[in-house]
Write a protein that binds this ligand. Structure first.
Ligand SMILES: [Zn+2]
Length: 155
């Protein structure tokens, strides 16, 4: 299944979940979009994955912004970021871990990333990083990918 189909299925299921929960319009839009994006996450184990290409660019961009913000001082360059120094370290650590993981520990395609354990771990990570609404959206998107790929194995 191609990336467009995964996004579409993830977004539709995210929309359904948001409507079932009786969310307002703005959260419905966020949940739908985020579910669609998270439906690409399991295929990050593939070099030509669209989500991987987008994440590579996003991480480099975020790392540059974080370094720029911390070097110039949060009040001047990146208003509203709070303690930009510690955020920069966090973002750079995440970017470094991301690139190291995919450079040296890249799992085989449709391996560990296409399991229910990975889906659950993804949801927990999102919950810790972004709260329950985005965790739910991410879980729905991730699970939609596994269902669409017909890969519902536990481990
Ligand atoms: Zn897949």
């Amino acid at each position: 299944m191609n990336w467009r189909s995964h996004i579409l299925i993830g977004a539709i299921l995210g929309l359904a979940a948001a409507l079932l929960l009786g969310e307002e319009l703005f959260p419905i839009i966020i949940i739908t979009a985020f579910s669609g994006l998270c439906a690409l996450a399991p295929d990050l184990d593939h070099d030509s994955s669209k989500g991987r290409q987008w994440l590579d660019v996003a991480f480099v961009g975020i790392a540059f912004m974080a370094v720029y913000g911390s070097a110039c001082g949060a009040d001047v360059c990146v208003p509203g970021l709070g303690s930009a120094g510690s955020m920069a370290v966090t973002f750079l650590a995440m970017a470094g871990a991301y690139f190291l993981f995919f450079r040296f520990l890249k799992p085989r395609h449709r391996g560990i990333t296409h399991t229910l354990v990975a889906c659950f771990g993804f949801g927990v990570l999102l919950y810790l990083l972004a709260g329950s609404m985005l965790a739910l959206a991410g879980l729905v998107g991730y699970a939609s990918h596994l269902i669409a790929d017909n890969e519902l194995k536990l481990i």
